[in-house]
Structures are given as C-alpha cells and as structure tokens.
Design a protein around this ligand. Structure first.
Ligand code: NAD
Length: 374
C-alpha cells in the first residue's frame, strides 16, 4: 500500500517537474559510480526516493540511512528496499550510520554532516562527499577534514531558491493544514533571518501576517529592517507573538526560559534542520499537562498558559512533505551531479569545496527545461 502511494507520487513528480530523469538518463549511459560504494544519509521522503531512483541507474552499490525518524516515510523505505537497496531506518540514527560505515563507502551525501563526521572518525581513505544543509556545513567547518566535501548549501541556487522560496511555502501550508488557522492579521515572529527565515517571513507577510524578525546578528537585523520588518528583542517577540517560528540552526533558540514568557495559546514551529531549536524536551519535562490534540499537534500547559508545538519541533515542512517540490528537486539534481563530479575527480585534496558553477549551471538548465514542460 505504502509502496503504491510512493510509486504514484513518483509518477506525479515526473509529470509535473521532470528534472531528475534528465540527470538519470545520463547516469544510466555513463555509469559514473560503477565499482564504487556510496552512502546516503538523508531525510527519506518521496522526493528523496525520486532522487535515489535516478542515482542507482548510474551503477555502484548504494546504502542509505534515515537522517531523522520523524521525517522518514515508511512507504519510501519499502520502495527503496524493493529496489534491492540496503536501508537503515530504525529509531537509532547512530545504528544507521554504523551500518553505512560497515560497508566502507567511497563517496557519501549527507544532511547535517552526521555520516561525514562518523567517516572522519573512522579514519579511512575516501574519495569525498556532498553536504546539503546549512547545519551540516557549520559542523564540517568545525572539523579537520581529511577528504574533500562539496558544499552545495553555499552555492548560488540553494539559498536563492530552496531556502528563500521553498521552505516558507511548505511551512505555512502545513501550519494551516494542522491548525486550520489563517495567518492574516496574526502577530508572527521569525527567529533567524538567513535565507530560510527570510523566505518564511516573506511568505507569512504575503499571507497577511504581521511579521517581526529576531536575529542575533546585527547585519541580518539591519537587512530585515530594510525588507520592512520590525526587529524586536527575542523577549519582546516572544511576549507579543501568537506564532513563533525558528530558522536558526541553533539549539534552544527558543529556550524553556523564553517559552515561560510566551503568550497564552502561542503556537511554536521550526523551519530549521534539527528538532532542538525549540526546547521541546524541557517543555515536556516541565509541563503541568501534555495533550495530543491532533496529528503533529501537542498542547502543553506551562505555568497557567497553553503552548502548542507542531511536529514535535521537527522541521515542519519536511515532516509534512509540503509545499512546491520544485526547489528540493532542483537541489537534489545538484546533489546527484556533484556526486557524479566527485566520482570523476582523481586529484582533489581534503577540505570544503563550494559546488562548482558548471554543476549548478547544468542543474539550472535541467530545471528550466522541466519548468517549460510542466
Ligand atoms: N526546513 C527546511 O526544509 C530547510 C531547508 C534548508 C535549510 N534548513 C535549515 O534552516 C536553518 C537556517 O538555514 P539558513 O540557510 O537560513 O541559515 P543561516 O545560518 O544563513 O541563518 C540562520 C540565522 O539565524 C541566526 N541565529 C542563530 N542562532 C540564533 C539565535 N539563538 N537567536 C536568534 N538568531 C539566531 C543567525 O545569526 C543567522 O542569521 C538551518 O538549520 C538549515 O539547515 C531547513
């Protein structure tokens, strides 16, 4: 049943935005990963299934681990296993990573640099990897790399298209689906004004919300002001807003102490990568009552107020797999082309490599063609 749904979804993606098969057709001819083992540590959604279906056409052995149980679609796991792939999808992310390490990958692609960090610790030679997320890039920059890693988060396309246009779109669609609320006239605070927060804020404003922005960086606050947003302190924003969104990549951006100051009825959601930007664990521990009031909607009573957390503080648009799929599919095309490029290189030194322009130009050409078809 789950597999049937995934197959139908893959057919729909191919009908409306046929970007990945353009790369897949070439992989099928050139077989860039023949003789290589590739580890993938990604959110296992139908979009990832659409990517992996094309990657496996290029030969090689593929081993997959789920980046987050909350973003894992069990139908996708079944679909990938039906393709004959090894998939680790249990509750323990570390077990999945250990399983992938045991097959000694030559190449990898990662979200959050969890697999990459484990490969570094394992200390074995590697052709290289691809990191797709901002959080992963921050992490890899803090580690002494012994192999090349292509950073596709800091290229030209991801910040401008996926972060800026993709996340907010899906996030607010899920917000309305889960709560039934319209944003119009509601005070919304966006914490973190990188490309993701900027897109989330712009989309909320387009839907009529009264949006304010909080950022620890004065530069980002200044940019937010020029974009037309108020920039209160976090304490002011928390006290005033009915809806609070994190997009920081930082743990406890909304700490328990801040949550104690939130408005009665405040709704909390996360657009960042991890599930710890909102202090949900501490909230659960300290709450006087916890009620699941709907799918992905939990209400906490804390010191006489009610607070509602969506999707357990996990990235809401990913958990709900919502919004236009074009930006993620574009991003995944860049990922596939970057893995192909890595397989063709023989003399790369260790360290971070910003995704080469030629790869993004090719992905953009594929996207333009797919948009013309759709
Ligand atoms: N949900 C999704 O689909 C999706 C897609 C892409 C990226 N992401 C994730 O979204 C997050 C943000 O991405 P980005 O590219 O905008 O990152 P970024 O680093 O460019 O921006 C984050 C901003 O948050 C600010 N910040 C950090 N900690 C803060 C704190 N405690 N209080 C206030 N401000 C704080 C920083 O100053 C920065 O301006 C990352 O974790 C990234 O991995 C999620």
């Amino acid at each position: 049943m789950g597999t049937e749904r995934v197959l139908q979804e893959l057919g729909r993606i191919q009908t409306f935005f046929p970007i990945l098969p353009q790369a897949g057709n070439r992989f099928a001819v050139d077989r860039p990963w023949e003789g290589l083992t590739v580890g993938l540590h990604l959110h296992l959604t139908t979009l990832t299934a659409a990517l992996i279906r094309e990657l496996v056409l290029g030969g090689g052995k593929w081993v997959i681990s789920a980046a987050n149980p909350a973003t894992t679609d069990p139908g996708v796991v079944d679909y990938l296993r039906d393709l004959g792939l090894t998939v680790y999808s249990g509750r323990s992310i570390n077990d999945g990573i250990a399983g992938t390490l045991s097959v000694q990958p030559d190449l990898f692609a990662d979200v959050g640099f969890a697999l990459g960090a484990a490969l570094l610790r394992s200390n074995r030679p590697l052709r290289g990897g691809v990191e797709i997320s901002r959080s992963g890039v921050s992490k890899l920059r803090s580690l002494p790399l012994t192999f090349p890693v292509v950073n596709i988060d800091s290229g030209r396309l991801k910040p401008a298209i996926e972060c800026r246009h993709g996340v907010g779109d899906g996030l607010w669609a899920s917000f309305t689906a889960l709560t039934g609320k319209h944003l119009a006239g509601r005070p919304v605070a966006v914490v973190g004004y990188g490309p993701v927060g900027a897109g989330v804020a712009a989309c909320a404003r387009a839907n009529g919300a009264c949006v304010s922005v909080v950022d620890s960086s004065p530069i980002r606050r200044l940019i937010a002001q020029y974009d037309g947003f108020e920039t209160p302190t976090i304490e002011e924003a928390v006290a005033q807003s009915q809806v609070l969104v994190t997009a920081t990549g930082s743990r406890d951006a909304l700490s328990l102490e801040l949550l104690r100051q939130a408005r009665d009825g405040a709704i909390l959601l996360n657009a960042g990568h991890h599930n710890d930007e909102i202090a949900v664990e501490a909230l659960r521990r300290e709450a006087d009552a916890v009620d699941e009031v709907g799918p992905q909607v939990v209400r906490y009573a804390l010191g006489g107020r009610q607070l509602v957390v969506l999707a357990g503080g996990n990235p809401l648009n990913i958990v709900m797999n919502s919004g236009s799929q074009e930006p993620v599919l574009l991003h995944f095309t860049v990922l596939g082309l970057a893995l192909e490029w890595l397989a063709q290189q023989n003399d790369l030194g260790p360290g971070e490599i910003i995704v080469p322009l030629s790869i993004e130009e090719e992905a953009a050409r594929c996207a333009l063609f797919a948009r013309g078809k759709g």
